[in-house]
Design a protein around this ligand. Structure first.
Ligand SMILES: [Zn+2]
Ligand SMILES: [Zn+2]
Length: 600
């Protein structure tokens, strides 16, 4: 063993404690301390890996003991003792043989397996009595780790492979300052309250059922109403913006997916093929090849371009059962997909239109903040990309010029483009400050070449069109999940599955209440009525749980004076309103897609 270095090599930057590097060092070091605590409390527990992640860290353990939420408190207590012991972290270079001998003696099979995959010297990191096989990225001393909290336990396959043993993963979060930890925990608490899976169940919007299969979504009537509104909005916009709406089959010959390259490069994410009349067919994971077949079906002239094919295309992708999550990560979903075929000189205008369309989505669905990322290629590794340097330069230029011209701030991310072309991603920021990547506008130099598509140019020559993939909502399922969490189920009036609930105080109002409900329905509103014998307080409580924007209450006085009383979702009560005023205000609120109630 050689070169023992002390605190000097810390990845924690004193002057910049909130940089990514500093926070990663804090989080990863916390994982070390957690592993020490766990092994002390449950001897015989085997350790595997403990990396930093966004906002925190985890460590995967193999233990006879099943970790519970109560255990997290115990582990935290021991971690705090270790942290207050102010131990230095030190890192030491070790020969692979010495390291192997050490981990064999410790009987740590996961470390041995990791070591087998490493060539040359390795490093051991130690603090207090704990040693880990680790590449580095630590703080200088455990005293930097005071602001942490353990969050949850989950199962995780060793190396993410379902064929391997399921380990127990403990998640934690850690920050450089107490204030940041508190803010983060408050955000997590708020996110929990907004969990779309819980709200989806409480409001009876959708379900994912064991009997149906993981990652496959059932849209219930109320969720279906919202989806219809989203899709109707989208279809109208598509038509107004010069798109053609197309439909393509859900299964197509497997051969087509060889032409597109998906069968060779994307097969891990595809459902297995099926055989019909001795020919292999494939459930579609993407809509692009279908749109290309439509393009290819006629001879195209430069006069036809740009062509914009849009489809609410349902696709199926294989996601590991451990990774599916509510509506956010599913195995079957509907993309609001479109492919634009155009000439090089048309592309900037098309990209600008896409970005404007994305902004219309933000405005209409009540998001006020967004972030834009431009992902480019890594010119030094051009052999890894489809398309020529000239194509990449022009495409990246078109994307960048558009953003500059539109005065949209963006972050340029070098080397993050897909192999087939550069892209713009737009992330929406929700009500509690979380980013959601929804919109993407991507160039593709690969598919036009694979399918050999072309158009007849003005000079009579055959040219390959530029192809742009774009999705605005991303997937309707995920977008719905984001909307639920953004609004915490309290949808604006135009999107609410039930907009108005008519409540009676006693039997005498039953008839006028039904007449009012019928009148509202006739005007196109989504209306429920509660004229049961329950008392008003309970009726209101029920409507509040259903997050209905307006309760219209009919009592004896209201019937007599031909007025109604309103109880808003935010519990504000307004009495003695003429029905005409109610109708007018509802109309205004829906039309303007208002985020605040118009009826005051
Ligand atoms: Zn480490
Ligand atoms: Zn596509």
């Amino acid at each position: 063993m050689t070169e023992k270095s002390q605190a000097g090599q810390s990845d924690f930057e004193e002057r910049n404690p909130t940089s990514k590097r500093s926070l990663d060092a804090i989080r990863h070091s916390c994982a070390h301390v957690m592993a020490q605590a766990v092994q002390e409390i449950w001897p015989g527990t085997k350790i595997s890996i403990g990396p930093p992640i966004d906002n925190g860290f985890y460590y995967d353990f193999d233990s006879e003991h099943r970790f519970t939420d109560e255990d997290l408190v115990k582990i935290e207590a021991r971690m705090t003792e270790i942290i207050l012991g102010k131990h230095d972290f030190s890192i030491e270079e070790v020969s692979k043989e010495d390291s192997m001998a050490y981990w064999k003696k410790r009987d740590e099979p996961y470390k041995i397996e990791l070591l087998e995959g490493i060539e040359g010297k390795v490093t051991h990191c130690s603090h207090d009595s704990f040693i880990d096989l680790c590449r580095g990225g630590h703080v200088d001393n455990t005293k930097r780790l005071r602001h942490f909290k353990l969050l949850s336990v989950a199962g995780a396959y060793w190396r993410g492979d379902e064929k391997n043993k399921m380990l127990q993963r403990i998640y934690g979060t850690a920050w450089s300052e107490k204030k940041h930890l508190k803010e983060h925990l408050a955000k997590l608490e708020e996110a929990k309250k907004r969990d779309h899976r819980k709200i989806g169940q409480d409001m009876d919007l959708f379900s994912i059922q064991e009997e149906g299969g993981p990652g496959l979504v059932f849209w219930h009537p109320k969720g279906g109403r919202i989806r219809t509104l989203i899709e109707d909005w989208l279809r109208n916009e598509l038509i107004a913006r010069g798109y053609d709406i197309v439909y393509t089959p859900h299964v197509m010959k497997r051969e087509l997916w060889h032409t597109s390259g998906h069968a060779d490069f994307y097969s891990d994410s595809m459902f297995r093929p099926m055989k019909i009349d001795n020919v292999e067919y494939q459930l579609k994971p993407m809509n692009c090849p279908g749109h290309i077949l439509i393009y290819k079906n006629s001879l195209r002239s430069y006069r036809d371009l740009p062509l914009r094919y849009a489809e609410l295309g349902t696709v199926y992708r294989y996601e590991k059962s451990g990774t599916v999550h509510g509506l956010m990560r599913v195995r079957g979903f509907t993309q609001d997909d479109a492919h634009i075929f155009c000439m090089p000189e048309q592309v900037e205008k098309e990209v600008e239109d896409c970005v404007n369309f994305a902004k219309a989505v933000l405005d209409s669905f009540g998001f006020s903040e967004f972030k834009v990322e431009l992902s480019t290629w890594d010119a030094a590794k051009s052999e890894n990309y489809a398309g020529s340097a000239d194509q990449w330069e022009k495409a990246e230029g078109a994307l960048e010029n558009t953003l500059k011209h539109m005065e949209i701030p963006y972050t340029r991310i070098e080397g993050e483009a897909a192999f087939y072309g550069p892209k713009i991603d737009i992330k929406m920021v929700d009500a509690i400050g979380r980013d959601w990547q929804l919109t993407t506008v991507q160039f593709d130099f690969n598919l036009p070449k694979r399918f050999g598509i072309e158009y007849v140019a003005a000079d009579g020559s055959r040219q390959a069109p530029l192809m742009v993939h774009r999705a605005l909502l991303g997937s309707v399922e995920r977008f719905f999940g984001v909307l639920i969490e953004h609004y915490a189920g309290k949808f604006p009036l135009w999107l609410a599955p039930v907009q108005v609930k008519v409540l009676t105080i006693n039997e005498a109002q039953s008839e006028p209440a039904r007449a009012l409900a019928a009148e509202l329905k006739g005007k196109g509103y989504r209306v429920d009525i509660d004229d049961t014998n329950e008392n008003l307080k309970k009726k209101i409580k029920k409507a509040v749980l259903e997050k209905i924007p307006y309760c219209v209450i009919l009592g004896p006085k209201d019937v007599e004076s031909k007025t109604v009383s309103i109880r808003r979702r935010d519990s504000k009560q307004i009495n003695g309103i003429a029905p005409e005023i109610l109708f007018a205000k509802l109309e205004e609120e829906v039309r303007s897609k208002a985020l605040q109630p118009c009826l005051e």
